[in-house]
Design a protein around this ligand. Structure first.
Ligand code: SF4
Length: 90
């Protein structure tokens, strides 16, 4: 998918509960960096890892990968379970 098309993608944000654009996800983390869930939220839509690798500074991309790979604590796991249950409700 061309990069300009990626910028127009939208999905339901599991944290906010409303539809948001990929552009928002790119700046909604700490210090205007990408949200820490960006890889988890967008991998089904396009190759988000490749996109970020090409469009982020190398150090920032490496930090994002480190953050995404950290094991989840109990609270994070519980929130994920709640979100999965909410997705299955009609
Ligand atoms: S990456 Fe973050 S802001 Fe974007 S949809 Fe996922 S949780 Fe929401």
């Amino acid at each position: 998918m061309p990069d300009q098309d990626v910028n127009n993608l939208e999905r339901r944000c599991p944290r906010l509960g409303s539809d948001i654009s990929f552009n928002y996800c790119l700046i909604s983390g700490e210090d205007d960096n990408p949200c820490f869930k960006i890889l988890d939220c967008w991998w089904e839509y396009f190759d988000v890892t490749d996109y970020l690798r090409r469009n982020m500074p190398e150090a920032a991309f490496a930090e994002l990968i480190r953050t995404a790979e950290k094991p989840k604590n109990k609270i994070g796991s519980i929130i994920d379970i709640i979100q999965k249950v909410q997705k299955t409700k009609p």
